[in-house]
Design a protein around this ligand. Structure first.
Ligand SMILES: [Cu+2]
Length: 197
């Protein structure tokens, strides 16, 4: 069993602003590109950006055989006890997401949402198969990680630690720890164009 935490910079450097939801990550990326920014200004912002770019670690974690991309958790209102976590999962070899846990919720299950007789239904599944090299999306209306019994409301700006458990075909387990940023409850499910903010 391996448990690794991957830092922001790898991802930021790899994918740049196009795949980065964090506005700070965008600042970082544009600084990398903007060679005209030099001297004191650059020095001053560098420290700031170094700190801020850590927020980008939420965007992707690459650990062992599974890459987690753009995780996020839907924000909640005061009395709401459950919400969903969403992300892209890409496995290097055939793997299976078999479970998850989080300090934010005592019960965490892998769920599937589907239409049954014109009604949207949600049910726990034993796992989600991840074919080699193929991104499987956990998204609203489909697979998701259900956080139940939330101890506190989740607001944008916060992030939720999640430990994802994967199982390989030979039965070996692997855990990946991520931080999923919270998006406002009303946040659109669709990916926003980067120029929008
Ligand atoms: Cu659910």
């Amino acid at each position: 069993m391996a448990s690794r935490h991957i830092m922001a910079e790898v991802h930021t450097r790899r994918t740049g602003a196009t795949n980065c939801r964090s506005p700070f990550g965008c600042v970082w990326s544009s600084l990398l590109r903007d060679k005209s920014m030099e001297g004191n200004v650059m020095k001053n912002v560098r420290n700031l950006v170094t700190a801020l770019v850590l927020s980008c670690s939420a965007v992707a974690a690459i650990a062992g055989d599974v890459t987690v991309s753009e995780p996020w958790v839907r924000g909640t209102v005061a009395a709401q006890k459950a919400t969903g976590a969403f992300m892209g999962l890409t496995a290097a070899k055939p793997m299976r997401l078999v479970g998850a846990s989080s300090p934010a919720a005592p019960a965490v299950e892998v769920h599937e949402m589907s239409m049954e007789n014109d009604v949207m239904k949600m049910r726990p599944v034993a796992g989600i198969d991840l074919p080699a090299g193929q991104m499987v999306a956990l998204k609203p209306g489909g697979y998701h990680i259900m956080l139940m019994g939330l101890t506190a409301p989740l607001h944008a700006g916060a992030s939720v630690p999640l430990t994802l458990s994967f199982e390989a075909a030979d039965g070996t387990r692997e855990e990946v720890q991520i931080e999923a940023p919270v998006r406002e409850l009303a946040a659109p499910a669709m990916k926003m164009k980067h120029g929008a903010h």
